[in-house]
Design a protein around this ligand. Sequence first.
Ligand code: HEM
Length: 528
Amino acid sequence: SKRRPYPPGPWPKPLIANLLDMPQKSAPTAYLDMGKKYNSDIIHLEVMGYHFVILNKLEDAEELLEKRAKIYSDRPVMPILKLMGWEYNVAIMPHGEEWRQHRKVCQQHFRAAESVKFLPTQTKKVRELLKDLASTPEKFQLHSKKLSIAIPLSTMYGYDITSLDDPCIAAAEESIALGAEILQPGNNFINMFPIIGRLPTWFPGTKAVRKAAEVKSIFHPAKNLYVDDQQTEGTARPSFVTEFLEKKWRGGASEEEEAIVENIAYTVYGGTVGLPLLKYSQLMSHPAASDTTISATGTFFYLMATNPDVQRKAQAEIDLVVGSRRLPDIDDRPNMPFLEALYREVMRLGPPLPLGLVHMLTEDDHYKGYFLPKGKFWLHNLLFARLCEYMASGSDCSLPISIAYQSVHRGMNHNEEKYVEPSKFRPERFLDESGKLNEDDRVLAYGFGRRVCVGKHIASSTMWLIMASVLACFNIGKAKDAQGKEIEVDDSFEDDGLLRHRRKFQCSFTVRSPEAYQLIAQSTEDIA
Ligand code: HEM
């Protein structure tokens, strides 16, 4: 009690504390409403000794997650992940030396100046998307999924997929499905009793250990992915892994370095950064790879189909800068302020991870007169597991983690003092009166501080290329039914507590002109 007060929040009930106050769905909005109710931008909830600190305001996230990043950059640890071989994921590594080494290599390759080496591959894959959209426009969601998996596989391993039936995708999906099953609360007790992980696998009660080993064995073939073979045959395309292997053969590299490169490549390909942290049941419905890109592309398509005026304005800018004889490329980006504003607005309205990923505190802290407890995440108690099962029996189960959490979507991106009518889609809010971009250039969807998305430059150029290329070639509109009547676009979201994406919806993609047809047909020829 000496340490209190915690930030305000719902009054804890005996034994279960705030268990029933945890939002079951639309968490970002629910947390913002809680903020209004308790008249505070910082909210605190507690379940069985696990504390949640919700940050609804940018200023607080900047102070805590950035200025005090030294103690706010940890992630929760779950022993089961190690047995499954999922500890490779940079996004869930604890804030320590191992993470630092991985992050350093990520930054060397993914920072703005370096990540340009991936642009030819990104451009080629986006142009393949154009071909797919022209041939089967009604399958636009599948095409977007294929693109979002193809880019990381190609940039990381130099491996090209031709369809979603590719064995690599199947292997990753299988491991995620099996992993998600093990991670369901109640399906393993290793997080509560880590000693189980050390028992022989014939020992009763070690089923999850056996399954975890199965997951691990699926991962490895996928991890080393064809690169060695291709390299030997001299057919490998330039990529993050092949570049490293060449360096290794020329000058040698330590086993640690090799492991780091392997882990990073697989994190990027696995894409679902931090996937096991919050919610497990929905993972099976996601592809293994870049869910974030799939989510952002879905938001973009939806907003274009429902806002034809904005679409025409962006197309007018593209036509003016690029003309009709070539497709846009990344060098056009600085010359298109409206399209840049459109990108910022898409990411503001539809951040794929609206709550970001959890940041854990490594030391107790005080802020604005509140006590913020350091993190612990150890499912050590049977009663707690039962409560999780109880929560899972509803539609949702979020595992309580002692955290500092950011609520990007509602709280920060919908700040009414900063954004007039924040729920409206208005790219112009990022432009000044003369049509130039204003200074509001921070895309909060990429997170905060030391753990900010390390792939944000690649993600940003991929999104820009998708938006510019698709709008250059297609009009996106409402789909029509058999009677020629427009079908309303479903505007609902699926929000699994971690990732937010559009529910399946219908829209039409019509090639804009005969010139556009020709450009699409030739589009991949001029890229190596
Ligand atoms: C639209 C696409 C993307 C979005 C919205 C996104 C968003 C995020 C967010 C919110 C985080 C957590 C930040 C935090 O903890 O504060 C994150 C972490 C991360 N992202 Fe992304 N991401 C995207 C694409 C990518 C891509 C393409 C890559 C790789 C090239 C990537 C690699 C990573 C990694 C490795 C981390 C973990 C960083 C760490 O914990 O140190 N992301 N991302």
